[in-house]
Design a protein around this ligand. Structure first.
Ligand SMILES: [Zn+2]
Length: 461
């Protein structure tokens, strides 16, 4: 702003540095009015066809139809005719691993905030350095500290091991002291130790989430667990106790047993049976968050012309974070072709995700970093498409990635919706995603905290 620059130069003349900085901090750019645009606010409400958003500093101050939303005098206006604006996406399950630039590529795809559900703080140093160096306000980073797991952890490098409830409590307190805004239980943690972690979260007012798999979802949710990572966390809750125990023992003997084992459990599960019904009762009562991460489990039926499942377009983990073998090739050498079983199991995972939502679970979007059927940095988009394939409306899938995800961060009164007083984190799309969810791939502009990001730059990462 011309007058602001002039004022700042004058104010700094002859002033002490601290006063000069304080004066500069008071120089605000003029309000920004985004006009002639469709608005999806993230709450699930229908789009406003001819809308306006007024942004002042890092906050949204007005949102509504053009007819009733005044543009402040002196505001800069941006005409976005033909475009749709919605809140920035929140990826509830993003593993930074050793690739900090992937978070910036996802930012160019509209992911303005993410939570890494299990990682040492040291792993974020490089991303934070780039953010400071580039002078950008995001992506917003939410961390949990390492997974809190039991003996023989699934991901040793990303975990702390607790051998009893007291060790679990100490690990949990240590992560909170280092700034964790949530904690994550991993499946080898015994029940009493998992309960100790939940108690620490409740004492600090932060969410506790978990990859269950070997722990009973109904018991943990009843004990106060707020969130479930991976729809596969419900597997043993869906089948008779004897079958559940066989699966538990197989995975306890070898973590890799879950890779095909979870598809087998789901393929055979009865989603209307008594065990599923009992789970639904718990979901109705407690309404936990569910971060299904369908995209990382996606397996497609065998193609009619070939053998085996449709090949993923790129190498990707075959389960959760970390290395894993790719899906088995076609039947050969006497080995059974597992593709139909995996596809059947995945179809049930989609069904259960939808059913869980209708029973009361609050479904969010977790992209899970790299997935079989999406390009680099596109996992959250694929997850939204899979939610719609599972029976969610496009507006519901959008809320899962925005307002509901913000609630799961315990930031639902400041992030994830386009409402007055909320952070100005938004994306501009070339096509309307409430009509066809694949339009989420048409991100043209990204704003974090009231500032446009250099989309072209980060799309090269
Ligand atoms: Zn994960």
């Amino acid at each position: 702003m011309e007058s602001g620059s002039r004022l700042r130069a004058t104010a700094c003349t002859g002033m002490a540095v601290a006063l000069c900085v304080a004066a500069a901090a008071t120089q605000q750019p003029p309000p920004l009015a985004v006009v002639n645009v469709r608005i999806i606010d993230g709450t699930g409400a229908a789009a406003i066809e001819d809308g306006r958003i007024v942004i002042d500093g890092d906050r949204i101050v007005r949102v509504g139809p053009a007819a009733t939303t005044a543009i402040p005098s002196g505001a800069e206006t941006v005409d976005l005719s033909g475009r749709t604006v919605m809140p920035g996406l929140i990826d509830s399950h993003f593993h930074i691993e050793n690739d900090p630039k992937l978070a910036l590529r996802q930012l160019s795809h509209g992911v303005t905030a993410f939570r890494d559900p299990g990682q040492w703080d040291e792993q974020f140093v490089e991303l934070r350095r780039i953010i400071v160096e580039d002078g950008i306000p995001g992506p917003r980073i939410f961390t949990t500290g390492p997974h809190i797991d039991g003996d023989n952890p699934a991901y040793p490098a990303d975990s702390v091991v607790a051998r009893d409830a007291e060790e679990a409590r100490r690990h949990a307190e240590a992560s909170v002291a280092r700034g964790a805004s949530a904690l994550k239980i991993y499946y080898r943690l015994p029940f009493a130790a998992a309960k100790a972690v939940i108690d620490v979260c409740q004492a600090h007012g932060i969410p506790c989430t978990a990859h269950l798999e070997l722990l009973d979802a109904r018991e943990l949710i009843a004990a106060g667990l707020h969130g479930i990572e991976h729809v596969t966390s419900f597997g043993i809750s869906l089948v008779p106790r004897r079958e559940a125990e066989a699966y538990r023992q197989a995975v306890l003997a070898s973590n890799d047993a879950r890779r095909d084992g979870r598809y087998r459990v789901f393929a055979g599960a009865d989603l209307e049976g008594p065990f599923a019904q009992a789970l639904y009762g718990t979901l109705r009562e407690r309404k936990p968050f569910l971060d299904a991460t369908l995209a990382v489990f996606e397996r497609r039926p065998p193609s009619p012309t070939g053998v085996g499942g449709t090949s993923p377009p790129s190498a990707a983990p075959n389960g959760v974070a970390g290395s894993a073998p790719p899906p088995a090739p076609a039947a050969a050498g006497g080995q059974p072709d597992l593709a139909p079983m995996r596809a059947a199991g995945f179809a049930k995972m989609k069904q259960l995700t939808r059913r869980a939502a209708t029973e009361g679970a609050r479904v969010v979007v977790g992209g899970h970093t790299e997935v079989p059927f999406a390009g680099r940095g596109e996992a959250p988009w694929r997850e939204m498409e899979l939610l719609v394939e599972s029976g969610f409306s496009p507006l519901e899938a959008i809320s899962a990635a925005t307002a509901t995800a913000a609630a799961f961060l315990y930031r639902g009164t400041e992030l994830g919706s386009l409402r007055p007083g909320f952070a100005a984190d938004l994306i501009v799309l070339g096509a309307p995603p409430d009509r066809d969810i694949s339009a989420i791939r048409t991100v043209e502009r990204v704003m974090v905290a009231g500032r446009w990001i250099d989309v072209a730059k980060y799309r090269q990462y």
